[in-house]
Design a protein around this ligand. Sequence first.
Ligand SMILES: NC(=O)c1ccc[n+]([C@@H]2O[C@H](COP(=O)([O-])OP(=O)(O)OC[C@H]3O[C@@H](n4cnc5c(N)ncnc54)[C@H](OP(=O)(O)O)[C@@H]3O)[C@@H](O)[C@H]2O)c1
Length: 432
Amino acid sequence: MEINIGLLGAGVVGSAVASVLLEGKEDLGRKIGGAVRLKKILVRESERQRSFQAPPGVLVTDFREVLNDPDIQIVVELMGGEEPAARYIERLLVAGKHVVTANKEVIAKHGPELSARARSTERQLSFEASVGAGIPIISPLSRDLLANDIRSIRAIVNGTTNYIVTRMAMDHMAFDDALLEAQHLGFAEADPTNDIAGTDAAYKLAILASLAFHTKVVPEDVFREGISSLEAQDFRYSQELGFAIKLLAIAHKENGSLQLRVHPALVPQDHILASIDGAFNAIEVEGDLMGRVLFHGMGAGSESTASAVIGDVIEIARRLNLDIKPLPMEENSRSIAIAPMSELVSRYYFRLNVADRAGVLASIAKVLGDRGISIASVIQKDADLPTQTADLVVTTHPSREDAVQESIRCMGELDVVRKVSNMVRIEDWPSR
Ligand SMILES: NC(=O)c1ccc[n+]([C@@H]2O[C@H](COP(=O)([O-])OP(=O)(O)OC[C@H]3O[C@@H](n4cnc5c(N)ncnc54)[C@H](OP(=O)(O)O)[C@@H]3O)[C@@H](O)[C@H]2O)c1
């Protein structure tokens, strides 16, 4: 039986997928056990020059040409953005088509309804490429790790921000220059707001946590803080303290509730996540049976993403050829409370700009001590003679987030403190 495929979008990823489907047909056919044909590709502008040679009539600009084509069994959505992608996927499932997507925004925001639709129409909705591009993580969480009670996920899932923090740490680059370079190299989008603010990582964490903890996590459940407050000094001081700075996405189950957060974090230099540099991604999953396992690789890019997309297509096509129904997707309907961020207990790093005179430390220690925060280390850095100020770097023992936020406000009001320049959480779980 010939399997016909429809593709929505022929941009960065869609073009790579189209090339594999058009040029690698024979190899794919062998893996699938039958012929495959890319029958239609939906784009906005059919006249635009593409990096692949589309056979005549394949490029279309009307979604209904894909939706209403009775030969098309599998549709790959690679348009990106929430709408119309989410609406199109829903309509395709209702029309009886299997859908593969790389769209993290759609899956993070609409995954539960779309999965319910796929269950009710007995169709498959696959989204391996939505997190970590070609790094296999959706399939392991949905299948291979199911025997485990997952305790935590700690991940670097945004290549743009990881590239920026790597360049700031290793080459002492300023934030804006590192961002410009990432855009030049094609890692960062023209509008990088979602990456920088941690929104993209929050989408991906919502998807991973839903699968790992069998519950419905939406992006709003995830606390998020981006990387724009990081400055050169933070990288310098944290290196001296034995840490790297990474934008982490963390889901952690403790006392029956789920902590979900995306923020920059100080990671011990001997932990494996500290060594994930540049545009690479890594996802560490900890379960009760298998302990910690790390998934690592190129987490963006056309070919890496195409690898996961085509993998999903092959899986569905093989089932179609063997006439096997898709396994109904799990409902992820367990109810788990989301722990408020104010209850987080963590270690903290503060960088303060203070008056360079006696008694400063005592005032700061009092503010912290009054709120039950115990100081782990203090170093004074970069004294500036003309202004008679210096940087003070303070790290704490485990403390509560609400007490820390209150202390930041109170320290900012001290006349010896010019500015509380930054606060970064320290994630110093045991290394392995
Ligand atoms: N790029 C990556 O490294 C990467 C990694 C993992 C996941 N993803 C995900 O993969 C998806 C695609 O990303 P991309 O980087 O390939 O995007 P892109 O380069 O912006 O391409 C989008 C494509 O969709 C078409 N399109 C957009 N809106 C449309 C509409 N309303 N009707 C018809 N066609 C429409 C565009 O048509 P025209 O060409 O005619 O403009 C274009 O071909 C996104 O969900 C993204 O999050 C990307």
